[in-house]
Design a protein around this ligand. Structure first.
Ligand code: IDP
Ligand code: MG
Length: 138
């Protein structure tokens, strides 16, 4: 069991003014922010990040959406970080996300679903180091 996960506040949630409320919900749930940046992804970077989904029918739309506006990327620390964060954000499709979860509160559709959360300890480590150097992590 690892103690870190990686998240992004996606372009829809940033554009809708939800950065502050989402970060508040995350820290209230007991996560410490150990790295954070506010950036606009390029097609190349977004494509590489989601390369695992390159064979899925929604890949092209997903990359286009992720470069449609700035995002907030962060590394989060807490015991059982990955699994607890998936519970905190809710299902990929916000219409199926539990009440009170971040996607239930702030997402409108399965593609524009407000936040990313790592799906395993291994991917959390890969994703955190894709975005942040050691000098940017505390
Ligand atoms: P996750 O973000 O809940 O882990 P994944 O299956 O890893 O979901 O998919 C990555 C992202 O791709 C989702 O967060 C969502 O933005 C997008 N996505 C997933 N499934 C669909 C779909 O069926 N249609 C459109 N976009 C999708
Ligand atoms: Mg995923």
């Amino acid at each position: 069991m690892s103690n870190i996960t990686f998240t992004m506040i996606k372009p829809d949630a940033v554009a809708n003014g939800h950065i502050g409320k989402i970060l508040d919900q995350i820290t209230t749930a007991g996560y410490q922010i150990t790295a954070m940046k506010y950036i606009h992804l390029t097609e190349k970077t977004a494509g590489e990040f989601y390369a695992v989904h390159s064979e899925r029918p929604f890949y092209k739309d997903l990359v286009s959406f992720m470069v449609s506006g700035p995002i907030v990327a962060a590394v989060l620390k807490k015991e059982n970080a990955v699994a607890d964060f998936r519970t905190l954000i809710g299902a990929t499709d916000p219409s199926k996300a539990e009440p009170g979860t971040i996607r239930n509160l702030y997402a409108k559709s399965i593609d524009a679903n407000a936040v990313h959360g790592s799906d395993s300890d291994e991917n959390a480590a890969i994703e955190a180091s894709f975005f942040f150097s050691n000098l940017e992590r505390f």
